[in-house]
Design a protein around this ligand. Structure first.
Ligand code: PLP
Length: 402
């Protein structure tokens, strides 16, 4: 009789949702409660303050929406911009593409700087476009910090410098969905106006909680500071309703209670590890993955080392091989979930997500599984080479600085 049970754990190495720590799972195991009770603000108020740390902000205001990250994109655009406003963005992967698509569908006039998939936002081109915009028609610059589809991280500090060098007042919106909580993110220093995050990546929670940190400048515009009256429509995603309810520790509608308890525990975990340690750990695990890729004789999708992401590596399979087959085989044979290639890179890459709650040995499990799956699918990598390279690197480079 064929066994229906799959022994052991699924090795989840997609770039989100990520593995949920046991502590967070337990914290979410709560009975329903009255979200209008007198004690509810004791849960909510600290969350709104404490989550700012992960954004690198003390000046910002956090709102927690019952939504995935995509909804938070929409909230950033719809609360600050007017119909027909110009926005400037760079597109270099599926998620930066989808943000363009949303902005267009909402009725914005989107200036797109297309970059090769495998590269990131070009601060110089952004500066040039802003310098050319003499009458300041561009109202916002939108950048995906970590393009999860290609494993590329853009330099947001450099984008900020470009905006300042051009002397341009545009808002800066950053999608940090696969970076915030894993990669260094300094919202206040970079003067980011809307930083967008989702619960299912660095926050180590299930999907369903969208987080946005809003600068005082963006809040003022949302409150009607420019006097414009042709705002993009919004209702469910209105910041105003959230802020009014949050001021007393409540929400304008029914919150996702288990996720709030989970967030409280996840933030406690991040505090215990220390954000700088979290960033360092992600760097070490990212580099170990890249060492494995090099030992296999393969290349990451990221075109230059400066674009390498420490949360996800997209690995290009050799010409003629099908990355989708590797992913299916890894799942069926080894119970390993690898990330699929999306859109333009479908079939050409598979992705190893190395973000969230993981350590050396969990990563090595994914590298071993990817190696075995590639070999089974006829991709000629040297057996054991990726594991050997990654493990040597990991032995020499502790996850945390002493
Ligand atoms: N932006 C980036 C960079 C992402 O990685 C994702 C999801 O993977 C999204 C946006 C979409 O977020 P969500 O699926 O939470 O709506």
């Amino acid at each position: 009789m064929a066994a229906t049970r799959r022994p052991g754990r699924n090795h989840l190495f997609i770039p989100g949702p990520t593995n949920i720590p046991e502590r967070v799972l337990r914290a979410m195991h709560v009975p329903s409660e009255d979200h209008r009770s007198p004690s509810f603000p004791e849960l909510v108020k600290p969350l709104l303050q404490d989550s700012k740390m992960v954004f690198g902000s003390t000046n910002g205001t956090v709102i927690l929406f019952p939504s995935s990250g995509t909804g938070i994109w929409e909230s950033a655009l719809s609360n600050t911009l007017c119909r027909g406003d110009k926005v400037l963005t760079a597109r270099y992967g599926q998620f930066s593409h989808l943000w363009v698509d949303m902005a267009q569908r909402l009725g914005l006039d989107v200036i797109v700087q297309d970059e090769e998939w495998g590269a990131g936002a070009d601060p110089q081109k952004i500066e040039e476009a802003l310098r050319a915009d003499k009458d300041h028609a561009i109202k916002a610059v939108m950048v995906v910090h970590n393009e999860t589809a290609t494993g590329v991280t853009s330099d947001i500090g450099a984008v900020r410098k470009a905006i300042d060098a051009a002397g341009h007042p545009a808002l800066l919106f950053v999608d940090g969905i696969s970076s915030i909580g894993s990669l260094p993110f300094y919202m206040d220093d970079w003067k980011v106006d809307c930083a967008i995050a989702g619960s299912q990546k660095g926050f180590m929670l299930p999907a369903g909680l969208g987080l946005i940190c809003i600068s005082p400048k963006a809040l003022k515009i949302a409150e009607g500071g420019t006097g414009r009256n042709d705002r993009l429509g919004h209702a469910y995603f209105a910041w105003k309703d959230q802020l009014a309810a949050n001021a007393t520790g409540y929400f304008p509608y029914t919150p996702v209670l288990p996720l709030l308890y989970g967030l409280r525990e996840a933030l406690a975990i991040v505090k215990e590890e220390g954000l700088e340690n979290v960033y360092h750990r992600h760097h070490v695990l990212g580099e170990a993955t890249r060492q494995a890729v090099a030992a296999w004789g393969l290349k990451p999708c990221a075109k230059e080392p400066k674009w390498n992401s420490d949360t996800v590596t997209a690995i290009v399979v050799p010409e003629g091989a099908d990355a989708a087959k590797v992913i299916t085989h890894a799942y069926e044979r080894y119970n390993l979930s690898l990330g699929a290639g999306l859109s333009k890179v479908a079939g050409k890459v598979f992705r190893i997500g190395h973000l969230g709650d993981l350590n050396e040995l969990s990563l090595l499990g994914a590298i071993a599984g990817a190696e075995m799956a590639m070999l089974d699918c006829g991709i000629k990598v040297t057996p054991g080479s990726g594991v050997a390279a990654a493990s040597s690197y990991l032995r020499e480079n502790p996850l945390h600085k002493a």
